[in-house]
Design a protein around this ligand. Structure first.
Ligand code: FES
Ligand SMILES: [Fe+2]
Length: 349
């Protein structure tokens, strides 16, 4: 039985992480090794030498192939053994599992499910990633020692910011009322729309809104099973809510890509896109620090929750009204896992 949805692209590593040395990483509770093959592209193999089961990530990359650190068996990017020191014959079972990888947005994405279903068309869409009118902060990574469902809940729940993020983005006046929701088969969004208010001093510092008022939007998207996008919009008041108009003011798109590591830990990749202060590296670095601090505040809560959950063997005691969007997101993930397990059972039968 699978515990995680498998037939999806998950963030495996930032491309910048994969240099000359192999990188071992547990993904969906499986040991994976990432390295660059002969063509310079990122390859992913099971991180286990078929000889004595030593992790291949302890080895070295030699001419685009991965050489085991114990006796030097060497594997190509496709997982086939290409060399065994001291013997000519390559046994048929001298092969390791290869996982499909797609590189986009400076990220190596891995497909842990059925390889024939790994379609690059299914990669998440990140508008404006290559847009010269937008600035970005990439390569964000944190390790969160908590089940990824705890993190999905956190990202779909704006109400915690007042309490958890007192030192960073928390705003004591952040009212919880007025959260609306929309859902399709692929994503859920919880959002607030606050029409016609004066721009904040911070907004005014970045952009001149004149004497006019602004409309504000906060959209918390979750694309199952692993992409969160928070879209924060401040635009001149009274315009229609279209993509084009959203970009007429200040816009922040904050992405998190959640990759389950084990049942109690998660790789938390993040990036941020904005349509202002483009090319201002000092601003980017300052904001990187603020984001890191904010996500660490979430991480501390998630880690403590996980410890309680381990102790008691339950995830939650009481349901609240603020749980609506997170609960739906979790149900969507549960359905994916159920469907995949049912399909696997049918094939097995
Ligand atoms: S354990 Fe890898 S070659 Fe022996
Ligand atoms: Fe948070």
């Amino acid at each position: 039985m699978n515990k995680f949805p498998r037939n999806h692209w998950y963030a495996a590593a930032w491309a910048s992480e994969i240099g000359d040395a192999p990188v071992g990483r547990r993904i969906l509770d499986e040991p994976v090794v990432l390295f660059r093959g002969g063509d310079g592209k990122v390859a992913a193999l099971e991180d286990r030498c078929p000889h004595r089961l030593v992790p291949l990530s302890m080895g070295t990359v030699v001419n685009g192939a991965l050489q085991c650190g114990y006796h030097g068996m060497t594997f190509g990017a496709d997982g086939q053994c290409v060399r065994i020191p001291g013997q000519e014959r390559i046994p048929p079972r001298a092969v390791v599992r290869n996982y499909p990888i797609a590189e986009r947005y400076g990220m190596a994405w891995i497909w842990m499910g059925e390889a024939e279903r790994a379609d690059p068309e299914l990669l998440p869409e990140i508008p404006h990633f290559d847009d010269p009118d937008w600035g970005k902060i990439t390569d964000g990574y944190q390790h969160h020692p908590s089940n990824y469902l705890n993190i999905v809940e956190n990202l779909m729940d704006p109400s915690h910011t007042t309490f958890v993020h007192k030192q960073t983005i928390g705003n004591p006046a952040a009212a919880n009322a007025g959260v609306q929701m929309e859902k399709t088969d692929d994503y859920i969004v919880a959002y607030k729309w606050l029409p016609s208010s004066p721009p904040s001093p911070m907004d005014m510092q970045i952009k001149d809104f004149g004497d006019g008022k602004v409309d504000r939007g906060q959209f918390f998207y979750f694309e199952v099973p692993c992409v969160s996008r928070v879209d924060i919009i401040t635009m001149p008041a009274g315009l229609e809510r279209t993509e084009e108009n959203f970009n007429k003011g200040l816009r922040n798109n904050s992405y998190k890509f959640l990759t389950p590591e084990t049942e109690t830990s998660t790789h938390f990749f993040w990036m941020h896109l904005r349509n202002y202060n483009v090319g201002d590296d000092a601003w980017s670095e300052r904001m990187r620090g603020v984001f890191e601090k904010t996500f660490n505040e979430d991480r501390d809560i998630e880690m403590a929750m996980q410890e309680s959950q381990n102790l008691l063997g339950v995830r939650q005691m009481v349901g609240l009204e603020i749980d609506r969007a997170p609960t739906i997101a979790l149900k969507m993930i549960e359905r994916l896992v159920k469907d995949e397990n049912a399909a696997a059972e049918t094939v097995a039968a």
